[in-house]
Design a protein around this ligand. Sequence first.
Ligand code: SF4
Length: 126
Amino acid sequence: MERKMVCISCPLGCRLTVRWENEQDITVKGNKCAKGESYAREEILAPKRVVTATVTVAGPAEKAGGPRRLPVKTSAPLLKEHIAALLDELYGLEVKAPVACGDVLLPDIAGTGVDVVATRTVKERS
Ligand code: SF4
């Protein structure tokens, strides 16, 4: 099989051509450094993405007219196979203020060791 992709590991954006017969026999062309080969292999074998989203903020911050949505992200790239279930979970997640930037809201997603963390601080208001 063959797949063309752009390496996103640095701003150069090398255009890669990846050919493979099986998981042990993958060749990568077009990369200017070893990171491109690693990126291509991961994209074929176990693609991952950092997930960003927002979740609902409940409680005093909402009553006081504060932000109703809190931006969150995964602490590391997550296997794509877990992303749909994570987005479903985040859709229903409601967090209570106060929340500090960096707080872990969902630990160890699907046993991957990747967490969902807050990317903004929401203070409690009276
Ligand atoms: S292959 Fe290397 S030089 Fe090319 S985009 Fe990827 S990281 Fe950058």
